[in-house]
Design a protein around this ligand. Structure first.
Ligand code: CMP
Length: 139
C-alpha cells in the first residue's frame, strides 16, 4: 500500500536552483509530492527538528547550515515511501553514496548533503506533523 515520508531539500540545493532537479529524481523514483512549501527555518525550528542530534558534535553547525537559506519541505507518497526515498537519496556522506543517487549527484559534503529523508514510518509521521497541517496534504 502507498505510504508517506517526509523530505527536505536543503539550503545547498535551493541555493544552486536544484529544487526542480531534486524533485524530478524523487518523482522518477516513484514518489509523488502531496505537499510542498519553501520556508526559511528559524533557529528554534531547526533545533527542534534535529532534537535527536542535540548531543552530537555537529549539532551547532548542522543548525547553522539548515537556517543559512531557504529549504523546501515536502511530503512524499508511494509504495514503501520511506525506503524508496532513502534509496534514491543515497548515503548521508556523498563520498559513500551510490551512483545515480541524489547525494552522489548533487551533495557538496556530509553536512551540505542536499536532502533529508525520514528514516522510519514513525519518524515520518512526526516530521510531517512538525511542518504540515492535515489540510495541507493533497493526495
Ligand atoms: P540528515 O539526514 O538531515 O540528518 C542529520 C544531518 O546531520 C545529516 O543529514 C547531515 O546533513 C548532518 N551531518 C553533519 N555532519 C554529520 C556527521 N558527521 N554524521 C552524520 N550526519 C552529519
Amino acid at each position: 500500500a502507498a505510504t508517506r515520508t517526509f523530505s527536505i531539500i536543503k539550503p545547498d540545493a535551493t541555493r544552486r536552483n536544484l529544487t526542480g532537479a531534486v524533485t524530478k529524481m524523487l518523482e522518477d523514483a516513484g514518489l509523488r509530492v502531496v505537499a510542498s512549501k519553501r520556508i526559511q527555518m528559524s533557529r528554534e525550528q531547526a533545533e527542534g527538528f534535529y532534537d535527536v542530534h542535540r548531543e552530537r558534535p555537529f549539532f551547532g553547525e548542522l543548525v547553522d547550515f539548515m537556517i543559512s537559506g531557504p529549504v523546501v519541505v515536502q511530503v512524499l507518497e508511494g509504495e514503501n515511501a520511506v525506503k524508496a526515498n532513502r534509496d534514491v537519496m543515497g548515503a548521508t556522506n556523498p563520498a559513500d553514496a551510490d551512483e545515480g543517487t541524489i547525494r552522489k549527484t548533487y551533495a557538496e559534503s556530509i553536512e551540505a548533503n542536499s536532502v533529508h529523508g525520514s528514516d522510519s514510518e514513525e519518524n515520518a509521521a512526526n516530521e510531517i506533523k512538525f511542518f504540515f497541517n492535515d489540510d495541507e496534504l493533497v493526495g
